[in-house]
Design a protein around this ligand. Structure first.
Ligand code: KG4
Ligand code: ZN
Length: 351
């Protein structure tokens, strides 16, 4: 194992944020992504989606690792070319360290380590969920601290209290399925492809969100639960299909609109509670599910009603991307928070 650490021979430019260029890699699941950021501005953000998983109805970890291996060189190359910079002008190499699929994380981690070692530049390990939160700092319109962020992805649903760039606390989270899983599992029950979130959104646009009523779980505090919703949808479909075998086909738009509406109301009711409890009015959303236009609209409407300042990352920074890893790495760079070459990936690490 390589155990060279950041020592006096590693070239770390003076901290202070002037002309700092970072190459970031994201490979935690089924997107291979690379981005270049200079002084907190994203110069390129390249994402390659792996289509190999579609026919399996979910991500196959071994196939994800192999696809990352195939994609990583061209993706990094394109990120560097698009940013119009050179490998030799990169000041630090960042990668997603956790959470994610171990084999997939390893690809980005080893690639970054190799570059760090070969070019004698520091290495920065980034937590994927922290990066989703800080994607809100990419656009010109940025939240002031402290802010709350509802982070909704395929594996996590969290309300995060963010006091400073790297000072974050999870104050509410799901006890079972994540919001993205609720979308994906509902879609699967309806015979829609993986990942199902974007398909539910597409059909929901033409449906009546009040047509079918699905239950809202009563969970204490700021935590969430989505497993009951999945079971309720399963029984609902089984029951209706007994009377009409074409029930799904004939009602797809209304079912999707009703499911989406319920997921949104579960999320926003807890976010509202968190804002009341903390008194914070700078509120963000982030993560793959924040690409959902229904959630974005309802969130902004609620914010208007309650006098919040609302923030949502642009679409390309909602689902998995390396731009968010780069912006987080930039703040870690300024804080002098570098990783050792012995750093290893973690499937579940908290921050
Ligand atoms: O953040 P992300 O890209 O990856 C993880 O870190 O998990 O989130 C992926 C999740 C999937 O569950 C996917 O179905 C969901 O985000 N998603 C959406 C939409 N786009 C992606 N869910 C609802 N509506 C969308 N438009
Ligand atoms: Zn993610």
């Amino acid at each position: 194992m390589i155990t060279k650490s950041i020592d006096s021979s590693t070239q770390v430019p003076p901290l202070g944020g002037q002309g700092v260029t970072i190459l970031a890699i994201e490979s935690s699941c089924d997107e291979t992504a690379a981005a270049i950021c200079r002084d907190g501005n994203i110069l390129s953000n390249i994402i390659v989606n792996q289509t190999v998983h579609e026919k399996y109805g979910g991500v196959v970890p071994e196939l994800a690792s192999r696809a990352h291996l195939q994609n990583i060189v061209p993706v990094v190359d394109q990120a560097i070319t698009t940013a119009n910079c050179q490998l030799s002008s990169i000041d630090a190499f960042a990668f997603t360290q956790a959470p994610g699929l171990i084999g997939a994380l390893l690809v980005g981690l080893q690639f970054s380590k190799s570059l760090s070692l070969a070019l004698n530049k520091p290495l920065i390990a980034v937590h994927h969920m922290q990066a989703h939160v800080l994607a809100n700092l990419i656009p010109d319109k940025k939240p002031d601290f402290p802010f709350l962020c509802l982070t909704v992805s395929g594996g996590h649903t969290q309300i995060v209290l963010c006091e400073d760039y790297l000072e974050m606390k999870v104050i509410g989270q799901t006890l079972d399925d994540a919001a993205g899983e609720a979308f994906d599992k509902s879609a699967k029950l309806l015979g829609l492809p993986y990942p199902g979130g974007p398909f539910i959104e597409k059909y929901a646009q033409h449906g009546d969100p009040n047509k079918f009523k699905f239950p809202e779980p009563q969970i204490d505090g700021l935590d969430f639960s989505f497993s009951g919703l999945k079971t309720a949808i399963l029984y609902f479909i089984q029951e209706r299909k007994k009377a009409n075998d074409n029930f799904i086909e004939e009602n797809l738009n209304d079912i999707c609109a009703s499911v989406q509406q319920r997921i949104i109301s579960i999320l926003l009711n807890k976010l509202k509670k968190a804002a009341e409890q903390t008194g914070i009015k700078n509120i963000c959303i982030a993560g793959g599910v924040s690409a959902n236009s229904g959630l974005r609209r309802s969130f902004e409407n609620l914010g208007k009603q309650l006098g919040w300042k609302t923030f949502i990352p642009p679409f390309e920074y909602c689902t998995d991307n390396a731009g968010m890893i780069a912006i987080t790495a930039y703040h870690k760079y300024l804080a002098g928070d570098f990783a050792d070459l012995s750093v290893s990936p973690s499937a579940r690490a908290e921050w």
